[in-house]
Design a protein. Structure first.
Length: 58
């Protein structure tokens, strides 16, 4: 029962914008895949993605 609840929560929230809840799209930015909100076009980065982008600019 607990596993089913966790799976349901993941389905509801995984790859959804933490701000508005709309689905996130994957976009390439300097060879790094980033998540972009389908509604507001906000950009969401995962761990180390900002570092990778900054390193590509040097």
């Amino acid at each position: 029962m607990v596993a089913a609840g966790k799976r349901k929560l993941k389905e509801l929230h995984f790859m959804h914008c933490p701000k508005c809840g709309l689905k996130l799209c994957i976009a390439d930015y300097d060879m790094v895949e980033v998540n972009v909100c389908g509604g507001f076009k906000d950009l969401w980065l995962e761990a180390n993605e900002l570092d990778r982008i900054l390193e590509s600019k040097q």
